[in-house]
Design a protein around this ligand. Sequence first.
Ligand code: 5GP
Length: 201
Amino acid sequence: MSKGSLFVISAPSGTGKTTILKKIMAEVERLSFSVSHTTRQPRKDERDGVDYHFIDKSAFVGMQEQGDFLEWAEVHGNFYGTSQAEVEKQLAAGIDVILDIDVQGAQQVRDIAVDAVTVFIAPPSWEEQKKRLSSRGSDSAETIELRLINGRREMEDARLYQYLIINDTVDETADILRAIILARRSATRRSADGLALQIPS
Ligand code: 5GP
């Protein structure tokens, strides 16, 4: 059995990425969403262990010190990290894994997993992004402002990703993302010596 593939998805806050990923997760088989650890407070519709593992700063530092994170970063004033053990377990079982992580985390993954597929999802416009962030209703004006400023900086990293999708509509973006995932499953693997065929067992 061949190992699963790693898909790194990044998007500025307020792009609509969570809605797209929920749709993809419901539609594509053999796909797992890596539930990150974070020190951020849960939003009212978020569930511990489903959206995130919500932990405090000292627990996060403990995990860092144990080397439990595949990658981690401070984003918008909170800490976020991906559990290495969880991801490796899925990949070893032949299941593809989606990492919903920021641009700093994506760079760390690129450094250690060169064959990861990287996708950047951008908001259709600045106004739309601001509207989506405000409509969430749970973030303070200060938090929204910080996320918008950071989002502008994150956009500069879009060129480092293999794919860029402008999120005009959820359906269209989900279609493109699904196509990327399915295409990867049909890709032949190339080694330094040429084509290394991987026939599924
Ligand atoms: P939010 O607080 O809106 O859920 O997420 C804020 C940002 O943190 C998003 O860009 C999201 O992709 C990123 N993020 C979520 N989990 C992780 C993680 O495990 N590692 C990194 N580096 N970023 C993460």
